[in-house]
Each structure stands twice: as structure tokens, then as C-alpha cells.
Design a protein around this ligand. Structure first.
Ligand code: HEC
Ligand code: HEC
Ligand code: HEC
Ligand code: HEC
Ligand code: HEC
Ligand code: HEC
Ligand code: HEC
Ligand code: HEC
Length: 381
């Protein structure tokens, strides 16, 4: 049971008592049926009382999933060819891996143009034809542009359920026809994980008046792709935003995301994790300490959470840009990470992704042989 469900029970009991005292049974039932869901109050309001959580969250990626052009234009982010900030309504991402753009009608930009000569007047931008398909996704890692649904006409932004807070699929945010649905806050605000906070600040007490769910399915609302039982893949890599699918395929499926992660802190920060690998795997950690690769700066995650997942760019034959959550390294020489059609990962890493990403010049057989020779303690005197 999570604190949240316990809390909700307490809260519900409180209501019941109050209701029973004040109203006849039937009227109480009607009243609860008619009870409005709590209102969203926004992350800034939460931050007034929860300063630490707010500071951590501000430095994480969650708030910045979707940003209004007016909030983003001073950050020095690049624009697709042929566009000025006045032609953009929102930017999508641009915090960790990649950046996409929405036009003034809320459609995702899929065609670009050639920027006029820098010396020419800015007004001449108006004459630029934005009719070349592609070069519409900016990759933060290497500063390149890729094609995303290149040239597709009127590509709707229907991504709000995972990118915004208080999402409803009815209507069009800001009245823009390209946007499917409306939201209360851009990005993953406090209430994206805690639910609306109206009751919490409504004078009914602070404990048990807001959701505190730490189960992996909560994070899995967004860190998922398709059905959770499969791990969609393509182009030799696992696809991104499916950490939930990956985790469920491993022996770590008994853990929650927040067994390892601090929910408010960016994963890459030194203190972003509550539990390190060493916390639970003391034996392997002791073996590894002082080994050749440990001294060479190689970490547990470099092998067991190799970047076999792709969001924006492929860095090498067996390396993309997001850490996988598969952990197990399969040493069977005939093992393949993917189904024959390449469309799904099977739920473990193979040595290509766990070793040859660094040892590019070596073979699969070499890696398997080396792995079998007490790899954690390799080179220890
Ligand atoms: C006016 C101050 C105030 C505001 C605004 C506020 N909180 Fe709280 N919150 C508190 C206090 C006080 C507690 C109780 C702390 C305790 O007893 O440990 C609390 C507790 C919590 C808890 C733990 C609840 C439990 O049952 O254990 C969560 C989660 C939480 N707040 C999230 C939020 C979020 C999200 C928002 C914005 C939607 C928010 N708070 C806005 C004051 C506030
Ligand atoms: C409402 C959707 C949603 C929920 C719920 C959600 N996430 Fe995320 N998460 C995202 C999105 C979208 C991003 C990408 C943000 C960016 O980089 O622009 C992200 C990024 C991250 C990152 C990358 C590092 C960072 O800080 O940028 C981590 C780690 C993460 N989430 C962990 C979690 C955990 C753990 C939970 C549950 C406690 C969770 N998320 C719940 C949508 C969600
Ligand atoms: C990505 C999901 C996510 C987001 C976004 C998020 N929280 Fe939490 N929060 C959690 C989870 C899960 C817990 C339960 C504690 C745990 O497991 O570490 C929690 C716990 C808390 C608590 C209880 C005390 C504590 O720190 O454990 C407070 C208070 C709180 N959150 C406030 C906030 C506020 C304020 C914001 C926005 C600034 C926010 N949270 C944003 C997931 C989230
Ligand atoms: C099921 C939830 C979900 C849906 C639907 C979804 N995303 Fe995401 N997206 C995520 C999560 C979670 C992340 C971050 C974690 C990851 O990439 O593994 C992310 C990351 C991104 C990023 C990179 C963010 C950064 O800061 O680098 C972009 C850009 C993006 N998504 C665009 C889109 C677009 C455009 C759509 C709709 C066509 C969409 N996403 C639909 C969950 C989702
Ligand atoms: C909270 C405790 C905990 C943490 C933290 C943790 N693990 Fe585990 N790990 C487990 C448990 C439990 C198992 C299952 C053991 C079993 O069933 O034999 C496991 C199994 C594994 C396995 C074997 C998988 C298989 O299918 O054979 C690997 C590899 C592994 N963990 C690596 C890691 C790495 C790397 C980290 C750090 C990113 C890590 N673990 C963090 C608890 C943990
Ligand atoms: C150089 C790559 C590499 C590094 C670094 C590494 N491991 Fe491993 N680990 C392996 C290989 C290969 C296996 C064997 C897989 C098998 O036999 O199925 C393994 C197996 C494991 C297992 C499964 C049980 C066992 O001992 O066979 C656990 C748990 C584990 N490692 C944890 C860790 C932890 C914790 C760290 C960091 C302290 C770490 N590993 C660092 C490559 C590595
Ligand atoms: C066994 C521990 C463990 C569990 C369980 C776990 N993670 Fe992670 N996660 C990590 C570690 C370690 C990193 C890498 C941090 C780093 O790059 O140094 C990470 C990184 C991430 C990233 C960022 C990837 C990148 O390359 O920047 C996301 C997103 C993420 N985790 C989401 C989740 C979600 C969602 C869940 C639950 C479905 C989850 N994690 C469960 C340990 C864990
Ligand atoms: C993050 C990069 C990285 C990963 C991943 C990695 N290694 Fe290494 N490996 C190194 C470094 C750095 C050294 C130390 C080079 C030196 O000092 O000679 C090394 C040294 C070695 C050596 C001893 C020197 C040699 O070339 O014979 C072996 C054997 C080895 N690694 C095997 C593996 C195996 C097997 C895996 C996968 C299970 C693996 N490594 C994964 C970086 C990596």
C-alpha cells in the first residue's frame, strides 16, 4: 500500500463522519456524488510551502517538457530554418535530448526553409518558403538536425497526456486547432504526480489530502510505450520513454522507480538516486573495487544500463543516448537482444551493447570470454 491510498482512506473517513453528523444519509450520498474534483493550484503555489521539493524539481527535466515560445525565446535555443520566434507557439522538450517546435496554429513543424543571409533584413524572413520537408528536430547532444515526420501536413500535437499537467483531451489549448486537448500547466508539474492540490490547501488539513503514490505504475503512466508487456524497438535500439516496459521485464520488477530514484531530483545529479547499485549488491561492489575497469572509471551502469535506448541520436554502432533499464547481460553466444523482425527487445542486454560500445575493436566472442572470467574482479592483483 502506498502512503497515498492510506491517506485517502483517512481523508474519506473524515468526510464520512462530518457528513453523517450534518446531513441525513440520502442527502450525504447526493452531496458526495456531486462533489467537484479538487482544483489544480499550480506548482508555484506548492513551492511556497515546499521549498526543497520545488528547488529540486526546478532543476529537473519534468517542468520543461513543454514551454511557451515567450518563455523559451531568451534561452538561446536554436530555431528551425526559416522560422523566427514570432512564428512559434510552443517548444517541445529541448532540456535533455531533443527539441521540436509548434507553429502559431499549434501544429508540429515538419517542413523548414533556408534562412536568409544574415546580413539581410530580418523582415525578409517573411519571404522564406518553408517547404523543404525535414530538418525539424534539433538534437542537443551533437547540434545536428534530424527529420521527424518530415513534410507531413498539419501534424497535430496530441502528446499532452504525457507532457502536461491536468490534461483533458477535450478542446484545444489557447484555441489553437493543431493542439489536441487542454491542460492546466505546461510540463510535469507537482500535480502531474500528486494530483490536483485544491483539497490539500482547502483547510481540511495537510496530511492525507493529496496523493502520494510511489508505485512504478504512477511513473509508468508516461514512461511507457504501447502495452507494458512488450519493449518496442527499431533501428537496432530500444525506443525511448518506455522505462516502465523495460523494468517489468527484469528481476528488478519487484522494485519501484523511486526505490532507486528521488522523484524530485534529476537522475544525472550525484544525489539523484536514493539507492545505488552498491546498496543492494555489496558482493559485486566489493569484487569490482580495485579492478582494472573500476580504476579506469567504468561504472556499474556503463555495462548494466548501457545506452541501448534512443531518443535523438546514435553515438556509435551499439550506443545511442538513453540508459536502458534492463541490467541483465546475456552471455549466450547465440543470444540476440531483439526479436528477428527487430521490432521488440527481449528484456536483456547482449555484450555488443554492454561491452563493444566501448571496446569497439573487439569481437562478441572476446567479450563473452572475458565476461566469463570473473569480470567484476578483472585485473585485480
Ligand atoms: C500553505 C502551505 C502548503 C501548500 C501551498 C502546499 N502544501 Fe503540501 N503540505 C503542507 C504541509 C504543512 C504538509 C504537512 C507536512 C507534514 O506534516 O509533514 C504538507 C504535506 C504534503 C505532502 C505529504 C502528504 C501526506 O499525506 O503525507 C505532499 C505530497 C504535499 N504536501 C504536496 C503538495 C503539493 C503537490 C502542493 C501543490 C499542489 C502542496 N503540497 C501545496 C503545506 C502546503
Ligand atoms: C505526467 C507524465 C510523467 C510522469 C507521471 C512521470 N514522468 Fe518522468 N518524465 C516525463 C517527461 C515528459 C520527461 C522528459 C522531460 C524533459 O527532459 O523534457 C521525464 C523525464 C524523467 C527523467 C529524466 C531526468 C530528468 O530529470 O530530466 C527521470 C529520471 C524521470 N522522468 C523519472 C520519473 C519518475 C521516477 C517518475 C515517478 C515518480 C516519473 N518520472 C513520472 C514524464 C513523466
Ligand atoms: C515525477 C513525479 C513527482 C513530481 C513531479 C513531484 N513529486 Fe512530490 N513526490 C513524488 C513521490 C513518488 C513522492 C513519495 C516519496 C518518495 O517515494 O520518495 C513524493 C513526495 C513528496 C512530498 C513528501 C515529502 C517528501 O519529499 O518525500 C512532498 C511534500 C512533495 N512530494 C511535494 C512536491 C512538490 C511541491 C512538487 C513540485 C514542486 C512535487 N512534489 C513534484 C513524486 C513527484
Ligand atoms: C506515453 C507518454 C508520452 C507520449 C504520448 C509522448 N511522449 Fe515525448 N516523452 C515522454 C517521456 C517520458 C520522455 C522522456 C523520457 C525518455 O525519452 O525516455 C519524452 C521525451 C520527449 C522529447 C525529448 C525531451 C527533451 O528534453 O529532450 C521530445 C522532444 C518528445 N518527447 C516529443 C514528443 C512528441 C512530439 C509527442 C507526440 C507526438 C510525444 N513526445 C508523445 C513521454 C511521452
Ligand atoms: C533496492 C535493491 C536493489 C538495487 C538498488 C539494485 N538492485 Fe539489482 N537486484 C536486486 C534484486 C532483489 C535482484 C534479484 C536477485 C535475484 O532474484 O536473484 C537484483 C538483480 C540484479 C541483476 C541480475 C539480473 C538477472 O536477471 O540475472 C543485476 C545484473 C543487477 N541486479 C544489477 C543492478 C545494478 C547495475 C544496479 C544499479 C543501477 C542495481 N542492480 C540496483 C536489488 C537491487
Ligand atoms: C565491465 C562491465 C561490468 C561492470 C562495470 C559491472 N558488471 Fe556486473 N556483470 C557483468 C557481467 C558480464 C555479468 C555476468 C552476467 C551473467 O553471468 O549473466 C555481471 C553480473 C552481475 C550481477 C548478477 C549476479 C552475478 O554476480 O553474476 C550483478 C548483481 C551485478 N553484475 C552487479 C554489478 C554491480 C553492482 C556493479 C558495480 C559495482 C557491476 N555489476 C559492474 C558486467 C559488469
Ligand atoms: C535499480 C535502480 C533503478 C530503477 C528501479 C529505476 N531506475 Fe531509472 N535510472 C537509474 C540509474 C542508475 C540511472 C542513471 C543515472 C545516471 O545517468 O547516472 C537512471 C536513469 C533514468 C532516466 C534517465 C536516462 C538517461 O539516460 O538520462 C530515466 C528517464 C529513468 N531512469 C526513469 C526511470 C523510471 C520511469 C523507472 C521506473 C519505471 C526507473 N527509472 C527505475 C536507476 C533506476
Ligand atoms: C564505459 C566503457 C567500457 C565498457 C562499457 C566496458 N569496458 Fe572494458 N575497459 C574499459 C576501460 C577504460 C578499460 C581499461 C583500459 C586499460 O587501462 O587498459 C577496460 C579494460 C578491459 C579489459 C582488460 C584490457 C583488455 O583490453 O583486455 C577487458 C578484458 C575488458 N575491459 C572487458 C570488458 C567486457 C567484457 C565488457 C562488457 C561486459 C566491458 N569491458 C565493458 C572500458 C569499458
Amino acid at each position: 500500500m502506498t502512503g497515498g491510498s492510506r491517506g485517502m482512506t483517512r481523508y474519506a473517513t473524515g468526510l464520512l463522519l462530518a457528513g453523517a453528523l450534518l446531513l441525513p444519509g440520502g442527502a450525504w450520498a447526493q452531496q458526495t456524488q456531486k462533489k467537484e474534483p479538487p482544483k489544480y493550484i499550480g506548482s508555484e503555489t506548492c513551492g511556497k510551502c515546499h521549498i526543497q521539493q520545488h528547488n529540486d524539481w526546478v532543476a529537473s527535466g519534468h517542468p520543461y517538457k513543454l514551454r511557451k515560445a515567450e518563455d523559451a525565446r531568451r534561452l538561446g535555443l536554436p530555431l528551425p530554418g526559416g522560422y523566427s520566434w514570432d512564428d512559434i507557439s510552443y517548444i517541445i522538450g529541448g532540456r535533455n535530448w531533443k527539441l521540436r517546435y509548434m507553429d502559431k496554429q499549434g501544429y508540429i513543424i515538419t517542413s523548414t526553409g533556408v534562412m536568409p543571409d544574415a546580413k539581410r533584413d530580418i523582415m525578409s524572413l517573411k519571404d522564406v518558403k518553408r517547404d523543404t520537408p525535414g530538418k525539424n528536430q534539433f538534437n542537443l547532444e551533437d547540434g545536428t538536425w534530424s527529420n521527424y515526420n518530415a513534410g507531413q501536413k498539419n501534424l497535430k500535437y496530441d502528446c499532452g497526456a504525457c507532457h502536461t499537467t491536468g490534461y483533458s483531451k477535450e478542446g484545444h489549448q489557447d484555441g489553437l486547432p493543431g493542439i489536441v486537448g487542454t491542460w492546466k500547466e505546461t510540463g510535469i508539474g507537482c500535480e502531474g504526480c500528486h494530483g490536483p492540490g485544491g483539497d490539500h490547501v482547502g483547510g481540511k488539513g495537510y496530511k492525507g489530502t493529496i496523493q502520494v503514490r510511489g508505485d512504478k505504475a504512477m511513473c509508468g503512466q508516461c514512461h511507457i510505450r504501447g502495452k507494458a508487456e512488450a519493449i518496442p524497438a527499431g533501428g537496432g535500439f530500444i525506443q525511448h520513454h518506455e522505462q516502465y516496459n523495460e523494468l517489468l521485464a527484469t528481476k528488478h520488477k519487484a522494485l519501484d522507480c523511486v526505490t532507486c530514484h528521488k522523484p524530485h531530483v534529476h537522475a544525472k545529479f550525484k544525489d539523484g538516486l536514493k539507492a545505488q547499485c552498491e546498496t543492494c549488491h555489496a558482493k559485486q561492489a566489493a569484487d569490482y573495487k580495485g579492478s582494472l575497469m573500476q580504476l579506469g572509471g567504468v561504472k556499474c551502469v556503463d555495462c548494466h544500463m548501457a545506452r541501448a535506448t534512443k531518443s535523438a541520436v546514435q553515438k556509435a554502432k551499439y550506443e545511442a543516448d538513453i540508459r536502458s533499464h534492463l541490467y541483465k547481460i546475456n552471455l549466450d553466444p547465440s543470444a540476440s537482444m531483439f526479436t528477428p523482425d527487430g521490432k521488440f527487445a527481449k528484456g536483456f542486454l547482449t555484450v555488443e551493447y554492454a561491452c563493444l560500445n566501448c571496446h569497439g575493436g573487439r569481437s562478441k566472442d572476446w567479450a563473452i570470454e572475458a565476461s566469463k572470467k570473473a569480470i567484476h574482479a578483472y585485473g585485480k592483483k
